[in-house]
Write a protein that binds this ligand. Structure first.
Ligand code: AP5
Ligand code: MG
Length: 214
């Protein structure tokens, strides 16, 4: 059976960057709530009777989208995946509980990055609108500014990567998601990886951890 990998970390810790490499190396699916929600920002969720009527309104404020919406996205994606790397979920203890009823995990990775590094990574991030490849204007720039090395597509900045929203996302992470990291640590499942090296240095530790534990 293909490995079931969970990757945890604050906004900007490098979950997407390392998940792409895990997909290439281990042949698993990338299940990521952030990308799934960005593709469905205008979805009508008014039937839930909550604060806002679309996922996008929560996302652009840096708030969490309601559990009912994300739980369903993850359940469907995991049913369709053979192995997977799950990125962006669970983000609170309720979601962690729901996940434990859906699937078993072989390895839980935590990318450890200091808060002051995160804002710089987020505000400098650029993403290809065609293929989703991720760049950083300073730390991993494309050969030609604004153009994807992989496919020639245009690069854009995510709407939640302004400094103000990035700081709010980090605050929401500390409040809701840091307890999830503690939960897996107490279960004895957490593999802590230093996320502050270069992408290649982090990958050396991430790939070791997957090979050892999955
Ligand atoms: P989501 O898309 O999941 O965002 P996030 O968790 O804030 O994480 P990011 O994607 O910002 O960071 P990352 O760790 O993937 O970093 P990356 O590799 O790109 O969620 C967005 C929103 O959706 C949420 O705010 C919420 O509203 C909603 N949502 C999603 N899931 C939800 C859930 N389960 N429940 C409720 N709501 C949910 O790297 C960042 C930058 O750093 C890049 O520019 C990259 O090039 C650079 N970089 C990466 N690694 C390195 C390195 N080692 N050294 C230098 N630079 C690096
Ligand atoms: Mg990401």
């Amino acid at each position: 059976m293909e490995p079931h990998i969970l990757i945890l970390g604050a906004p900007g810790a490098g979950k997407g960057t390392q998940s792409d490499r895990i997909v290439s190396e281990f042949g698993v699916d990338h299940v990521t709530t952030g990308d799934a929600l960005r593709g469905n920002k205008e979805m009508d969720i008014s039937h839930l009777g909550l604060e806002y009527d679309t996922p996008g309104e929560y996302m652009d404020k840096g708030e969490l989208v309601p559990d009912a919406v994300v739980n369903e996205i993850v359940e469907t994606a995991l049913e369709e995946a053979d192995g997977y790397v799950l990125d962006g979920y669970p983000r609170n203890l309720e979601q962690a509980q729901t996940l434990s009823e859906m699937t078993d995990l072989d390895v839980v990775l935590y990318l450890d990055v200091d808060e002051d590094v995160l804002v710089d990574r987020l505000t400098g991030r650029r993403v290809c609108e065609e293929c989703g490849a991720t760049y950083h204007v300073e730390f991993s720039p494309p050969e030609q500014a604004g153009v994807c090395d992989e496919c020639g597509g245009d690069l854009y900045q995510r709407e939640d990567d302004t400094e103000e929203t990035a700081r709010e996302r980090i605050r929401v992470y500390e409040e809701n998601t840091a307890p999830v990291v503690e939960f897996y640590d107490e279960e004895g499942q957490l593999v802590r990886v230093d996320g502050e090296g270069s992408p290649d240095e982090v990958w050396a530790d991430v790939s070791d951890a997957v090979e050892t534990n999955a």
